[in-house]
Write a protein of this length. Structure first.
Length: 318
């Protein structure tokens, strides 16, 4: 089994799809062709400079007007190489962009600074996409705020994720493992923290994964902790020191039960209702010293058991 830990390398990351291997071949061809051209051109330049330098006062060089054969060759050979690169690149790109007919479709929502994956049966996951090995997977992606970009280096595949429209990307993983998912479009100050995983598992494990409740056997606090780790951790800390500019939002430390000062000068008791409203409608009451509009709304993004779990989890942060 090839795992993400084995993807650490000084050169290309592990290739987990056939297309990734195809991209690499093209890349190596370009690298070698460029290297050979470089040696020929720079080497020739130096050799000519030395060989045909002026050796004595008044030396005249031979007058050569042209050489048809040479001129043809140094135009035609690069032309052939460029055409090879063009056609080869086009074929690889075409493979990357032609969507499979009967792929497993997963909806992807990007949101500052987290990924949400939703399967056809309603199963949702934050931050981790689990897929079966050897099957075409088609992602239908959109963003609920700004531009993001879905990028899995091991798949050599990247696609912008755009608010207000859908973009698609497909892959077929040939090796089990856990691969890094990055956001490749600068999307705000926690952009570099917008990390995820793509877990490629066996068919059986995948069926089992799809069939199970995501939070089976977990207590509400554990559910909340899980959701927090995926969706809120970028902006909210759990200690007294997790304040601006370290985190964009207020800390959850000792939050429940206290009186919160709001931007409009009023105060509010932090109870379950306030927490719930803060999650599904963050702009209704804006905390003093913080900016409205920074926290995305989670209405429709989180299920009731997740919101309840978050509230129970926040209560435990003391
Ligand atoms: C993009 C950054 C960001 C993310 C992600 C984010 N929040 Fe917030 N959150 C904020 C900011 C900024 C505020 C303060 C302004 C406001 O009240 O809307 C805030 C306020 C809150 C408050 C009120 C805190 C207080 O001190 O009264 C709660 C509760 C909260 N968020 C919960 C969550 C939960 C739960 C999640 C994850 C599901 C989350 N937030 C994700 C930025 C974020
Ligand atoms: Cu992003």
């Amino acid at each position: 089994m090839s795992s993400a830990s084995s993807t650490a390398s000084h050169f290309m990351p592990f290739a987990a799809t056939k297309i990734a291997a195809g991209v690499d071949s093209l890349y190596y061809f370009l690298l070698v062709a460029s290297f050979i051209s470089c040696v020929l051109v720079i080497g020739g330049l130096i050799w000519f400079a030395v060989q045909y330098r002026r050796k004595y006062e008044g030396q005249k060089t031979a007058y050569i007007s042209h050489n048809t054969a040479l001129e043809f060759l140094w135009s035609f050979i690069p032309f052939v190489i460029f055409m090879v690169v063009f056609v080869w690149g086009w074929i690889v790109y075409y493979q990357l962009r032609s969507m499979p007919e009967n792929g497993l479709e997963v909806a992807v929502t990007a949101q500052k600074w987290n990924w949400t994956f939703t399967y056809k049966n309603g199963r949702k996951s934050q931050g981790t996409l689990t897929v079966p090995i050897g099957q075409d997977v088609k992602l239908i992606m959109t963003s609920s705020d700004v531009l993001h970009s879905f990028y899995v280096p091991a798949f050599r595949n990247k696609q912008d994720v755009v608010p207000g429209r859908y973009t698609a990307l497909w892959f077929r993983a040939e090796h089990e493992g856990s691969y890094n998912l990055f956001c490749a479009e600068y999307c705000g100050d926690q952009h570099s923290g917008m990390l995820g995983k793509v877990n490629v598992v066996s068919r059986e494990k995948f069926d089992e994964y799809l069939g199970t409740e995501p939070y089976k056997g977990l207590t509400p606090v554990e559910i909340g902790q899980k959701v927090y780790g995926g969706a809120c951790i970028a902006c909210h800390g759990l200690t007294v020191n997790d304040v601006k500019p370290l985190k964009l939002g207020p800390t959850f430390y000792m939050l429940f039960g206290r009186k919160e000062s709001l931007a409009d000068g009023s105060t509010v008791d932090v109870d379950e209702d306030y927490l719930r409203e803060s999650i599904v409608n963050p702009n209704a009451k804006v905390v003093k010293g913080y900016d409205a509009g920074v926290m995305p709304t989670y209405a429709g993004q989180l299920d009731e058991d997740e919101i309840m779990g978050l509230i129970e989890f926040i209560k435990t942060v003391k």
